[in-house]
Write a protein that binds this ligand. Sequence first.
Ligand code: CDP
Ligand code: CDP
Length: 201
Amino acid sequence: MAFTIAIDGPAAAGKGTLSKAVAAHFGYAHLDTGLLYRAVGARTLQGAEPIAAAQALQAEDLEADNLRTPDVAQAASKVAVIPEVRAALVAFQQAFARRDGGAVLDGRDIGTVICPDAEVKLFVTASAEVRATRRHKELAEKGGTQSYEAVLQDVIERDKRDSERATAPLKPAEDAVQIDTSDLSIEAAIAAAIAAIEARR
Ligand code: CDP
Ligand code: CDP
């Protein structure tokens, strides 16, 4: 039986961390939909045309190992404003969501556009400073040399572009449970997410 959990929120809010933990806890499959836009963005940095790149995207493209860089994140949010790019990625996400055995999808528009009938919707937030601090630490651990200020700027710029675009903007679904992780440890955030999901299962 299908059971869909939609997890949305701004950049580096902890969506991926929560999604992986929730998927492991319930034995569901997980799709990080940001990777779809990152894969298209990465192609445009190599000179590809965004709509053609989105239409040609293959599942294995999501496994490329250069997708987590700040440059690719910026390119992703630029292609993500293009309606035809978003349209090309809908069917894959919806098929994943309705697979047997349960699915967790995280992104920006999962609860609002991709899976408006998801059984559970979470909207994960934290202050921009907390999110930038976490992302800065994560990038530094991977050898990145970006300053905290540059990471904060990236987060603020992407949130603005993601929230203000006309097609599928970042915003909580009306029936989403909001989880502010600013003052929560990872363990506490996971516990809050699992409790919200248990309440609706
Ligand atoms: O997927 P999203 O960009 O929303 O965030 P993430 O990649 O799950 O989390 C960004 C960073 O914040 C990771 O390094 C997490 O370990 C960290 N994090 C945290 O410190 N506290 C939380 N409650 C959630 C995530
Ligand atoms: O990990 P982080 O939260 O920093 O970014 P991501 O989830 O990998 O998403 C990268 C970019 O893809 C976002 O800034 C959005 O512009 C776009 N995106 C989107 O438009 N819709 C989604 N469902 C997921 C990502």
